[in-house]
Design a protein around this ligand. Structure first.
Ligand code: NAP
Length: 318
């Protein structure tokens, strides 16, 4: 599996590439696009003046515009890298500026809601190819991005039925150039799969950290002091961007509620097993789940090093 980005392309994949929203994901795409020479010209915009100023200092784009519409004007491809709940607003802003044949994509963690919010604002003759890179960290903002974020990760494309095959192909090649593997599925299937692999795990992390914070019989300092017992691994996920995750849950309501229903049933079964001393049931489940982690390591999506490769020799507490 490659450990670094490929050398720059001999020919750019797109002429003018516009990125709207230069946080973790947008700035990672910008850095990768610059390094790989994915576009003749990279133009970016962000609603926040502070972010625009920072991107100018970082020098990760050819041009930073004040508005989304200015960035999208004459672009061959526009990628919306804003929270899911802002995709419709940005689409409304750029719709009138898009040239015929332009590809509009996004990186949102929910796909059905993005297609519904963005589609109606795009003029005839433009192509919507939604995407979701399954890669990220708990950090936000333009300083958090890095060019190798998508290396050896998956990017899921959900082109609506009847989407221009050429537009889907350009989007696929863009993600592959950034080192990602691409899979194509419907938006509905994406939202169901990601509900269990990403959205519900985040909700569980937010919930367990919230529960610990509210405990009366265990002090906050004890929770922090003894966090290496498992709690701290949840806190990494629970430190994820509040705006982004609020939008994810509001936009993927049905699939998340469906998966939470199943989760609650299974949790009740575990509760019963503990109450009745059914060690066999507990052992069977824990053995199956251990095999799932091995599977994730085997396909290169996680390090095999114990404790995520933390360097315990350098730690001063525990
Ligand atoms: P982020 O670091 O918070 O960056 C989002 C940027 O978009 C911010 O600079 C924000 O400005 C800007 N923005 C918000 N509304 C806007 C608007 N109407 N017009 C222009 N810019 C706007 O978020 P991120 O982590 O990069 O996430 C971006 C998207 O990627 C989300 O849809 C998320 O679901 C998806 N995603 C995230 C991850 C992850 O791990 N983080 C992974 C895969 C996909 P303000 O700060 O002023 O609001």
């Amino acid at each position: 599996m490659p450990e670094r980005l490929a050398p720059p392309l001999a020919e750019p994949l797109v002429g003018r590439l516009a990125l709207i929203g230069l946080g973790l994901i947008g700035s990672s795409i910008a850095r990768a696009a610059q390094h790989l020479k994915l576009a003749d010209r990279l133009v970016v915009s962000d609603a926040s003046p502070e972010v625009r100023a920072r991107v100018r200092v970082l020098g990760i784009a050819d041009e930073v515009t004040e508005t989304s519409a200015e960035a999208a004007r004459d672009a061959d491809m526009v990628i919306l890298c804003v929270p899911v709940g802002a995709c419709g607003t940005v689409a409304a802003e750029i719709g009138g500026a898009l040239k015929p044949g332009a590809i509009v994509s996004d990186v949102g963690s929910v796909k059905g809601a993005v297609v519904a919010a963005v589609g109606p604002h795009l003029p005839a003759g433009t192509h919507l190819v939604p995407a979701h890179p399954v890669a990220g960290t708990e950090y936000s903002g333009p300083d958090a991005g890095f060019a190798t974020l998508f290396l050896n990760r998956w990017s899921i494309l959900t082109p609506p039925e009847g989407t221009d095959a050429g537009a889907t192909d350009v989007t696929r090649r863009l993600w592959e150039a950034m080192g990602a593997q691409v899979e194509i599925m419907t938006a509905q299937h994406h939202d169901l799969v990601l509900a269990i692999t990403s959205h519900v795990p985040h909700l569980i992390a937010y919930n367990i950290v919230g529960t610990a914070a509210d405990l009366e019989t265990v002090t906050q300092s004890e929770v922090i002091k003894f966090s290496a017992g498992g709690f701290r691994d949840f806190t990494r996920i629970a430190a994820s961007d509040p705006t982004m995750w609020r939008d994810v849950f509001l936009s993927n309501k049905d699939a998340v509620l469906e998966m939470l229903g199943r989760f609650n049933e299974d949790l009740a079964a575990l509760q019963r097993a503990i109450r009745w001393g059914d060690g066999e049931a507990l052992f069977d489940l824990f053995a199956r789940t251990r095999a799932i982690r091995r599977g994730i390591i085997d396909i290169g999506q996680e390090t095999p090093e114990p404790d995520f490769g933390r360097r315990h020799g350098e730690e001063t507490t525990d």
